[in-house]
Structures are given as C-alpha cells and as structure tokens.
Design a protein around this ligand. Structure first.
Ligand SMILES: NC(=O)c1ccc[n+]([C@@H]2O[C@H](COP(=O)([O-])OP(=O)(O)OC[C@H]3O[C@@H](n4cnc5c(N)ncnc54)[C@H](O)[C@@H]3O)[C@@H](O)[C@H]2O)c1
Length: 372
C-alpha cells in the first residue's frame, strides 16, 4: 500500500472538503501542493492545511510537485481542459462534477487517457457508502427481486443571491442548472443502482430564479432492466431533501438525506411474506461506512494499488453526463431521447443547451409565465 502524492487545483469552497477528507484516509494520501489563480486564496488554503507547494498555474504544479493524483476543484468550465493536461502528463485525475460541459468535450478524454496511461475519475461520492454497495448487490438479485419503479428527487433551495458567483447559472460556465450542478449526484447514484438507462422524456423550465439556465427539471426514465423512474431536480424547494426510492418485487429501498448519508438514512421495507429473506439479506451486508469524499478517495487508492480501473471512471461518468444531456435534449425538443441518440452532429452533443435552443425555450417559457 503506497502513499499517494495528491495536489488540489482550485482552493475555494469544495477544496476544503477535499483537504479535510484527505486527512481522513489514514495516511494513504499526502497533500503536497495546491494551485489557484488567486494568490490570496491559495496562501490562505495552503497555510491552513500545511501544504508546501503553492502554484498559480497547473503546468507549473505538474512540473514542480510531481503529484500522483490531481483533484480538480475548479469551476466546471475548467474541468475538462485541466483533466486533459494532467492525463497527458501521466497524472491521474479526480475531477469534481460535472466532469465536462458537453459530451463532445468529455470524449476528448479518451485520447488523453490513452496517451499518458493515467486515468480519469469523477467525484460521485454517494456511490461509495456501504449501504449503496449493499443496495447495488441486492437490487435485482433473488433477495430483493427485480426493480420495477423508482423515484429520484433532488429538492434543494437556492435564493437568487446564490447566483452572485460569476460562474453560476450559465450554460458556458456551468453547463446547466440543477440537472448538471445539483441533481447529477443523486441520479448518478440511481444509475449506479439500476444500471443503464434506455429512454427519457423530460421537462426543463425556469420557474422563478434569476438564472439563465433551468431552475427545475423533471424526467421520466425507462431503464434497460425495465424499471421506470422519475427524476426531479429543483432549486425551488424550501423543505430540502435528496431522496431515492426503488420498489423491487420483494423490497422497497429508500434513501433520504441532504448532502451525504450514513446507513441510518436508508430504510428497507419488505413486501408481505418476504420479511425474513429481505431483512437477513440487508443486515448480512457490511453497513458501517457512510458516503463521502474520503470513501471515494480510499476506493480510488485501492484500485490504483491493485492496478484496476478507477471507480467512477470515464465510462460510468459518461453515462451520467449522457443522461443529463438527454434530459435537456428531450426537454428542449419535446421528444423522447434514447441512450446513444446524442452522437457527433446532434445539437446536444456539443453543448447542453443544444446550440442555443435551450436558452430560447427557457426564455419563451419565462416570458409566457410573466405575462400570465
Ligand atoms: N461533490 C460535491 O458535493 C460538490 C459540492 C460543491 C461544489 N462542487 C463542485 O466543485 C467545483 C468548485 O466549486 P466551489 O464551490 O468550490 O467553487 P469556488 O468558486 O468556491 O472555488 C473555485 C476555485 O477555483 C479557483 N480557480 C478558478 N479558475 C482557476 C484555474 N484556472 N486554475 C486554478 N484555480 C482556479 C478560484 O479562484 C476558486 O478559488 C464545482 O465544479 C462544483 O460543482 C462539488
């Protein structure tokens, strides 16, 4: 088991969570360097976390600090170019979400990974609690049975002041609203639990907030295994909650939390007559660790130690990004979208707003609402 040399790029809000969680990996990681374009923020962060290497740009950090892994904690529009720069230098990348602003951008990763031999992974920390591993094991297996119907709600509340940060709420900088920026965590977990999605029909709308993207989306998704799910991503909901519910043949699996869970946030309900089989199956699983960044970091180190592909790697991160693109495509064209439809040449391949269609549709809807 080696100790990995880690660097953090972007030393704002989420970087502190990364630094704190790196300190909880039991010595598996050494935080050797940090980078920010803002010298004041960089110095404050490095001072607080005892980091020696301080850099104002990524190229200097890669050359000077020689990290094994770079954590990208920069605003969304920088993720893909910075990921490619690291991968081409042979350095593994753990990028904050969203992994890219479009499928076209994301697909540039493949060449960079092949060139440098390093791997990309996206922060999807909800996949990594013990209870989600247990649920993944049992959903679709004999004990819980086939998943039939599901719902996945990210119902959060953000006042207008939330969009004061310049990169928030624009297609160019963030790639979308709550679908790309907030609900993506929750529906990533849904996909992790249910497997590949097949077809989506969606609405995305701007109900109330002073943003140029949607502030609400709602989708109806059919999965390859036949399950049907609704997904709602809202920034308008005063009682905030993040929830997943999956009804299988013999058990209902429910997760209710906000930004992260412990096993206590999960509830399993057996169908009548199936109590013993369902309860024994659930309590027979390891159920200690909650979700969180450190759980993902440790899973990443275990994969690197063993020479395995990284968890939440490029392939599965792409499936989640593809569902986000398909939600927008369906919402703004008014038609169902199937997995695999959004390929080069499709308007939603190059960007989540379909070459300006999203902005047009949202403006028209907002105008209609204002007149009513
Ligand atoms: N996984 C989660 O639960 C979670 C939670 C919050 C935010 N995020 C994601 O984390 C990312 C950062 O969010 P935040 O709230 O920390 O943003 P932030 O604005 O607080 O911090 C971003 C930092 O990056 C720096 N920066 C900007 N351009 C840079 C560049 N080219 N090179 C180096 N540094 C640069 C800024 O100066 C700033 O210090 C976003 O993608 C966001 O979606 C993830």
């Amino acid at each position: 088991m080696r100790t990995y040399r880690v660097a953090i790029v972007g030393t704002g809000g989420i970087a502190a969570v990364h630094a704190d969680n790196l300190a909880r990996t039991g010595g598996r990681a050494e935080l050797v360097a940090a980078c920010d374009v803002d010298q004041g923020r960089l110095d404050a962060f490095a001072g607080q976390h005892g980091i020696e290497g301080r850099y104002l740009n990524l190229a200097d950090l890669l050359a000077g600090a020689k990290p094994d892994i770079v954590h990208l904690c920069t605003p969304p529009m920088f993720h893909i170019d910075q990921a490619i720069e690291c991968l081409e230098a042979g350095v593994h990348v753990l990028s904050e979400k969203p992994p890219a602003l479009s499928l076209a951008d994301f697909d540039r990763l493949e060449k960079a990974q092949a060139k440098g031999g390093a791997q990309f992974s996206c922060v999807f920390q909800h996949r990594f609690g013990d209870a989600s591993a247990a649920a993944k094991e049992l959903i679709g297996a004999a004990e819980f049975g086939r998943p039939l119907v599901a719902r996945c709600d990210t119902l959060w509340y953000r006042p207008d002041s939330y969009w004061d940060l310049p990169w928030r709420g624009t297609w160019n900088a963030e790639g979308g609203g709550p679908t790309m920026g907030h609900g993506i965590h929750q529906f990533d977990l849904l996909l992790h639990l249910l497997g590949p999605w097949e077809e989506v029909t969606a609405i995305a709308t701007r109900q109330d907030r002073a943003t140029s993207t949607e502030d609400l989306s709602a989708a109806l998704v059919r999965f390859e295994n036949g399950a049907v799910a609704t997904i709602v991503n809202s920034l308008l909901s005063p009682r905030e909650t993040s929830e997943i519910r999956i009804d299988c043949e013999f058990a209902t699996v429910e997760l209710s939390h906000l930004y992260g869970y412990s096993t206590d946030n999960w509830t399993i309900t057996a169908a009548p007559g199936h109590e013993e089989q369902v309860n024994n199956a659930w309590t027979g699983q390891p159920l200690e660790r909650g979700s969180g960044h450190s759980a993902q970091f440790l899973a990443m180190y275990a994969a690197l130690d063993a020479g395995r592909p990284l968890p939440a790697g490029a392939d599965s991160a792409r499936q989640t990004l593809e569902l986000a693109a398909a939600i927008y495509a369906s919402a703004f064209t008014g038609t169902p979208v199937r997995r695999g439809d959004i390929v080069p040449g499709h308007p939603f391949y190059a960007g989540m707003d379909g070459e300006g269609l999203g902005a047009e549709v949202l403006d028209a809807t907002a105008l209609r609402a204002a007149r009513a």
